[in-house]
Design a protein around this ligand. Structure first.
Ligand code: ADP
Ligand code: MG
Length: 589
């Protein structure tokens, strides 16, 4: 048993603070995203003192979103550090987001003492955080003794990155940090995680079955998802796609795994390939709402599509429709096995099919090209995104962050990606508010310039973090697509009252002046040429920049491309005399 209250004679001690720092560093975790406060303020200071990079944010949700995307980019858990109850809850949204997206992340939160929490005696920021975190993440652990910190950190790391990655919660009651123990015993208690995400080799039978299904296809399609991007098996993915000769469709964050201009890309023929394909090979992508659950009109039903699915998570199979050939394994091992099994005399799909896809793609690209040249002022989405597209084409290593409604939907189809893991966006939930946290982590983790293209509404969720961007002097250029509101800036109050409509913002707001307030560059751009020049300058200078890009308030669509998810109001009667009388009587009670 370790003595938690050693006498003054014990010469050489360590404590919970330093054991936690040593445990993280031992496992190559050297960057922390968080917000300081009780009881973890000193922990942040000591982490910095011990050589870790500590990024302090203005709100925990943004720090959490940074940690989540760091996990996606590095295959190591991104770590978010928060204070107790409210800070913990703010970080929890991001932890759930990471879990939903299958990204490794660890949320470490300080908490109140168990004795008081469990008797509900009303401690400062009292909350049973472990119980609350559990249903929202992949695993949740609490550490009560200093000698358990090493094993707890090891468990958290392994839980986050092994199998299907996800979010892990680590509960750190404040007093733990101050606990002391013998420094040598402490060092012995640390655990280096060996092979945290072991390769998962698919069974040979599953590979053969998949190949049989693919061989039988007349109109095969590959769908690459962000799991394939996460896997960092870029060469293996490329070899498989090119050797197979099969058209591929990248999901949003898989764009750039192969360049969007690749001859086999079906990105610009999306509707056609989903409707027409007879065999679809899912590679680290899920048949969720983003793919209409693999059924219905979009999939050309009544004809049925056969699915081959490659995924590390066995329970993903048959989640929405029958999977004819499940291949359970990691992307790298699975695709390598499939490529090998295809042999050297693989014929590839019928040319009628590949020609059909190519023609559709070329027609659609040609149709889009002139709209991207629209030079109107104020700008519409195509005009503004044409400017952004030209910048990314010239600077393909730029980290591209994107959120909003129309700003997101149009950018996804109009801005080509050329390199893997360069497009970072709202993920599986389509969550607004990931912008600045994502941009900060992208800069910190890659050292590359970052371009964040944000709807004005989306920007508002994390906008205060431009101070963080300026404070750490990060090479981030934020472009706010300012159309005075959500979807459009033209809605009217339907009651005729004085308040603005729920979807509009201050007209002609100057977001650029916010950046100037913190010492960054603020630029106002109301035409595509000015926008393109300003973005280029910002990426080249590496100075924190915010460009207020003036978008026509009439240009947007309701909810962008997913307006169909809005419930619609039925044939409602608001003047029924009997109903009105009942409500009047209830109000009088
Ligand atoms: P998208 O939204 O791009 O379709 P999803 O996030 O829905 O992508 O799906 C990603 C899938 O990738 C998840 O089912 C996850 O289990 C899987 N995955 C993540 N990492 C790996 C890996 N290394 N090997 C195999 N599958 C993986
Ligand atoms: Mg807007």
């Amino acid at each position: 048993m370790v003595d938690h209250n050693p006498t003054a004679e014990s010469a050489e001690l360590t404590d919970g603070f330093h054991l936690l720092i040593d445990a993280l560093k031992l496992n190559d975790i050297n960057t922390i995203y968080g917000v300081p406060g009780i009881p973890i303020t000193d922990l942040g200071r000591m982490m910095q003192e011990e050589g870790m990079r500590v990024l302090s944010f203005r709100h925990e949700q943004n720090a959490g979103n940074a940690a989540a995307i760091a996990g996606f980019l590095t295959k190591k858990p991104g770590v978010c550090l928060t204070v107790s109850a409210p800070g913990f809850l703010n970080g929890l949204t991001a932890l759930a987001h990471a879990t939903t997206n299958c990204w490794p992340m660890i949320l470490i939160s300080g908490s109140s003492e168990r004795e008081i929490v469990d008797l509900m005696q009303g401690d400062y920021e009292e909350m049973d955080q472990l119980a609350i975190a559990k249903p929202l993440c992949k695993a949740a652990y609490r550490v009560l003794h200093a000698e358990d910190i090493g094993i707890a950190v090891a468990r958290a790391i392994r839980a986050a990155v092994s199998g299907r990655p996800g979010g892990v919660y680590l509960d750190i009651p404040g007093a733990l940090l101050g606990q002391v123990m013998d420094v040598v015993e402490g060092a012995k208690s640390l655990v280096k995680v060996i092979d945290p995400a072991p390769a998962q080799i698919p069974s040979p039978a599953s590979v053969d079955r998949a190949l049989e299904v693919i061989k039988g296809a007349q109109k095969p399609l590959i769908i690459l998802g962000k799991g394939a991007a996460y896997a960092q098996a870029d060469e293996v993915v490329k070899d498989f796609v090119e050797k197979s000769g099969i058209p591929y469709l990248p999901m949003s964050m898989a764009k750039g795994l192969l360049p969007d201009t690749h001859p086999q890309s079906a990105g610009a023929a999306r509707s056609l390939v989903l409707k027409e394909s007879d065999v679809v090979i899912m590679v680290g992508a899920r048949l969720n709402w983003l793919l209409s659950h693999g059924k219905g009109r979009q999939w050309g039903e009544p004809h049925s599509t056969k699915f081959v699915q490659i995924d590390i998570e066995p329970r993903e199979m048959d989640s929405n429709v029958e999977i004819a050939a499940p291949v359970v394994g990691d992307i790298e091992s699975s695709l390598a096995a499939l490529s090998q099994a295809m042999g050297d005399d693989w014929a590839g799909p019928p040319s009628e099919w590949t020609d059909m896809v190519r023609e559709k793609r070329e027609t659609n690209v040609a149709k889009m090209a002139p709209t991207l040249q629209n030079n109107a002022s104020p700008m519409n989405y195509a005009g503004a995104l044409g400017a952004i597209k030209r910048v990314i084409d010239q600077k393909p290593d730029t980290m591209f962050v994107n959120e909003g409604a129309n700003t997101l939907d149009f950018a996804r189809s109009m801005v080509d990606m050329h390199r893997p893991r360069k497009r970072l966006d709202v993920g599986t939930w389509g969550v607004m508010g990931i912008g600045m946290g994502t941009a900060i982590a992208a800069a910190v983790e890659t050292g590359l310039p970052v371009l964040a293209v944000e709807g004005d509404s989306a920007f508002g969720f994390s906008g205060m973090e431009i101070e963080t961007i300026c404070r750490y002097k990060l090479p981030v250029c934020v472009v706010v697509f300012n159309n005075n509101g959500i979807y459009r800036g033209t809605d009217q109050n339907r009651s005729g009252g004085e308040d603005p409509a729920p979807t509009v913002f201050v007209e002609d707001a100057r977001y650029d002046q916010m950046m100037a307030a913190f010492g960054g560059e603020g630029v106002y751009a109301d035409n595509p040429d000015a926008l393109q020049r300003a973005v280029m300058d910002a990426l080249e200078s590496g100075k924190p920049t915010l460009i207020n890009a003036v978008i026509d308030p009439k240009a947007g669509k309701e909810s962008g491309n997913i307006g169909s998810l809005n419930p619609t109001s039925g044939a409602v009667s608001r003047n029924n005399a009997e109903a009105l009388e009942i409500i009047k009587q209830k109000a009088a009670q």
